[in-house]
Design a protein. Sequence first.
Lengths: 127, 670
Amino acid sequence: MGSRPETGVLIVDDEEDMRALLRSTIEIANEGLKVAGEAVDGEDALTQWREKRPKIIVLDQRMPGATGLEVAERILAEHPEQTIILFSAYLDPDILDRAARLGIRACMSKREISRVPEALWKYAPES
Amino acid sequence: MAVVLSAALVGLEWAHWRDADSATRRFRRATDQITTTLTRGLGATVYLNRVDGLLDGRTDLNAADLAHIVGSLPGNGVVEAVAVAQVRGDGVVIATPFPTDTTVFPAGVDLAALGEYRRAFDLARDGGDATAAEPRTGALPGPPAALVAYPEFGAGPMPQTTEERRARLTGFLIAAVTPQPVVESSLAPETLKTTAVTIADGDFVFYRSPAASSPHRAVVVRSVAVGGRTWTVTAWAGRGAVPSRPSDVVFGGALALLAASVLALGIVLRRAAAAATAREAARAEEVRLIADAGPLLQQSLDLGELLPDFAVSLAAQFDLDRLGVTVVNEAGQPVETFAIGPALPAGRPLPEIRGAVGVMPPGTDFVIPLQRTGRSVGALRARARRPLDDGELRSLRAVADLLAAALGNAQLYSREQETVRRLRDLDRLKLSFLSTVSHELRTAVAAIEGFGSLLVEHWPTLSDEQRREFIDRIARNASSLKRLVDDLLDFARLERHALSVSPRLVSLSELVQQTVEQLASLLEQHHLTLDIKPEVRAFTDPDAVERILGNFLSNAAKYSPPGTTITITVAPAGSRALVSVSDEGPGIPAEERTRVFTRFYRSETEATHRTRGAGIGLAVVKEFADRLNASVAVESAEGGGARFVALFPTEPTPGVEPEMLGRGVPDLVE
């Protein structure tokens, strides 16, 4: 795995602690993962996504302004191949269903933060 | 009355007229008979033609022969006297008169010498026929009589030409014809008293009865031929013979009076009928108004929509130029809800319509109380342009009763709506609160768990700096978790109204100083200015003050940008003690300043969304303040930030002193 090209990750979360936790988790895991940027809300996420073209977006669902699903919808409308992992404090069936229909690759609970690197490797695009 | 009198007058006049008319008709029949009799009598002069024929043209008869010949003349005296007159030269001399003793035709008199007869003799001679002389009064002795001359031409056939007649004329049979004996022999003296009779030849009147000066009524006119002339017999009712007809003027006047009276009565009756119809229509309209208003008012739950239309139709119906509806509000105060027309001068007591009141004069303001189950719910006051009678006032009261019922319904409905709205709002706020709390709990727990795991799993490889950072983050989230748990507990207590306080006399100056020191971690990113006056005391609960101040500071820290200043003030304020926290954040819009103290309320601003919070802190502050007889408020700080203020009592006296709600102190939220 070590030979894989570096996978840039965009972290989107309004909570500073959560962004720090994700960043630390990804950085400690290392193994070809790199935090490409951090966004505090939907608009920030769109700007940074267009600028930094991360391979994966880890997206919080509950944020002020646009929700994670709404941000995902806009990004996937522009670039359907974009890998997005929805990262939420709670995941109800409705959110899971909508995420699947939008084309979001995976949904993870914030309680499973230690499994984030694993998920990133799994869903990282080959190219 | 006028009609009756004039009708009676006309009736009398009419009866009079009819009687007179009937009598006149009867009398005309009588006069008709009289004139027939008289003309027949006068017509008897035709027998003179027979006498003429019997003479055979002779003029030399002696008296005995003549008496024999004229014996066939009628005995009614119409022919007063006859005579044979002989032509002697130019004269016509009476030769043989009959009766022999008559004075009318004295023997030997030359009648032609009397100029008035000459022409008659000449006409009779030349025409060969009987000719009556032009009547002249006094030409012959005795009563007025007509002289009729029959030409005699001697023996042989009748001469055919004037020449022949002139040559052969021997004399005349002459007759004095007078109507008087005919009248006197034909009519009873009584009849002549009541009946006017005249017999005339043109302008010359032969006979005039004693009653002939009477005005002409029931007149009958007949003509009869006498000796080639025409006599006119006229008979009419004498004075008093028939009742006089009423004067046309009087009868016409009575008729005009009757017509005028009937016309006037007609107008009066029509007006009365029109007024009655109008009253009926108005009453029907009132009934319709009540009938229409009933269901409408009973079913209406929003009087604001209904009242204007209803009031306008009410005003139109009763001709009201002023109408107002006052409703007693929940505080028992009358509130003018709706009014049309000019405002009512204040302070004047108005007559109340309760029982029967008779008639309300125009331009009088009055009040109808609106009552429901004996409780006053308001009042309807009005003023009419016209007098309102008892029936109309009853109708108005009926409408007012309906209105009172409707007001009661509307108030009940409004209260229920308000309750439902509050419960819905509260429900929504609770859901939002629980959702927020659960999100924040998960976030805090996730952070603690996540950083904890990193520390546990990667301790040996982590730098000191990383370890330090992770531990700090765990500690901060633990604090946050504690506040959330406190909020949740407060929430539970608020729900049970179980926040308890134990007020006592404390030094507010010291208490605030200590609390600020304990909460220092909240304020690390801000500059802090303390303006704490010494020896400010308050009668309050120290734990509650800590919670109040903690919430104020936590809000200030959350909503004002890092690096700005937060100012804490403690100072005496009249008979109270003031604690305030000012920040340099965006402030709170004026319209939200009272709502921020309601449970679960979170502002919809962007700043709120960026901060954690359950919307419970300020509600807890308010709850504590209420229990401590303290007041809390938020106002705009200098520079546009928020300034939260709490005023604590300094003595154990319940209640808020109104004079404190003044200068320099923000509006207090109770």
